[in-house]
Design a protein. Structure first.
Length: 80
């Protein structure tokens, strides 16, 4: 693990210490968890929505009716 020094306002430090004490964890564990959650949220924010993906991939399937193809393959699953 890499050690890092950060500066906090007194009120932020007080709140952070209270959160750590309340949860029975160290202050650094609380900061690591918060950073991890923030990072995940930012990563997800950069990902396209389902609607965007549908628009981007529209027309890529060129083998006829995609629904018919799916039903044919899924029908084989029950036959086995």
């Amino acid at each position: 693990m890499v050690r890092t020094i950060i500066s906090l306002d007194p009120e932020e430090k007080k709140w952070l210490d209270q959160q750590a004490q309340r949860s029975g964890r160290t202050m650094t564990a609380v900061v690591r968890e918060a950073l991890s959650q923030y990072r995940e949220r930012e990563i997800r924010r950069g990902q396209p929505s389902q609607a965007e993906l549908l628009i981007r991939t529209q027309g890529l399937w060129t083998r006829g009716d995609g629904l018919e193809w799916q039903e044919q393959w899924r029908g084989e699953w029950t036959e086995r």
